[in-house]
Write a protein that binds this ligand. Structure first.
Ligand code: ATP
Length: 236
């Protein structure tokens, strides 16, 4: 059984379609990349999964449970977290305060402390900067905070929206390494990325969105070898 099942999903903003008949399945422990040009509907798909935008038609199921009409907090309880594009940190709050926001539903202090320790092991740079404000961090460090915050709830599925946006090449590779590390924890990942080659290299499968519709899907190897993908997303 798939962990996440999206079928025939339609989303419109004020009557203007953003997603049409979109299907996406993710199995436990998989990494699936979503490719597409600006405005293709990638962020909308992730937002619709966690209930940040309503869908007009289709099925959304997670672990066999119906997700349609549910809210981001319920998705968090079920085991899905979204790490949004642009990181959306609280700039004047410290690293620790930002990361803590990801565990707001946890009342178990021991579990919270243990998870925080795990996050500092995964992101050692953050361990030295717990009291620094988020706004004083580099772009790469801010992305680490956003990912650590998303992982605090120990999700089964992490939705990562453009984690390498605006980062230096070295940091882009660091993010890729982290995605693999996160996946090695048994967490499935849906990765929206402009950096198609890197994303496909670290994922099992991929789908291509064009004007709100899935135009191609396949294993990452198939997509890397696909002529249209090479031309449009891999720079020829
Ligand atoms: P990008 O790579 O630029 O982030 P994307 O593939 O993530 O693009 P979306 O942000 O999902 O694309 O946008 C899909 C379409 O929906 C676009 O035409 C966009 O203008 C529109 N859209 C997105 N959010 C809204 C909104 N809140 N209100 C109205 N239209 C929106």
């Amino acid at each position: 059984m798939s962990l996440l099942e999206v079928r025939e999903l339609d989303v419109a903003y004020d009557g203007v379609p953003a997603l049409r008949g979109v299907g996406l399945t993710v199995s436990e422990g998989e990494v699936v990349t979503v490719l597409g040009a600006n405005g293709a509907g990638k962020s909308t798909l992730l937002k619709a999964i966690v209930g940040l935008v309503p869908s007009q038609r289709g099925q959304l199921r997670f672990n066999g449970k119906d997700l349609r009409g549910s809210s981001p907090p319920r998705c968090l309880d079920l085991g899905i977290t979204l790490c949004p594009e642009g990181r959306r940190l609280f700039p004047e709050m410290t690293v620790l305060e930002n990361i803590r926001m990801g565990a707001y539903s946890s009342r178990d202090r021991a579990a919270f402390k243990q998870r925080l320790e795990q996050m500092y092991e995964m992101f050692p740079k953050l361990a030295d900067r717990t009291e620094q404000t988020a706004s004083s961090l580099s772009g790469g460090e801010q992305q680490m905070v956003a990912i650590a915050r998303a992982l605090m709830s120990k999700p089964k599925l992490l939705l990562l929206d453009e984690p390498t946006l605006g980062l230096a090449p070295k940091m882009i590779h660091e993010v890729a390494r982290l995605v693999k590390l996160i996946n090695a924890e048994g967490i499935a990942v849906v990765l929206v990325e402009q950096n198609a080659r890197l994303a496909l290299r670290i994922s099992d499968r991929g789908v291509v969105l064009e004007n709100g519709e899935v135009s191609l899907r396949g294993t990452s190897a198939e997509l890397l070898g696909n002529e249209a993908v090479q031309k449009i997303y891999l720079g020829g």
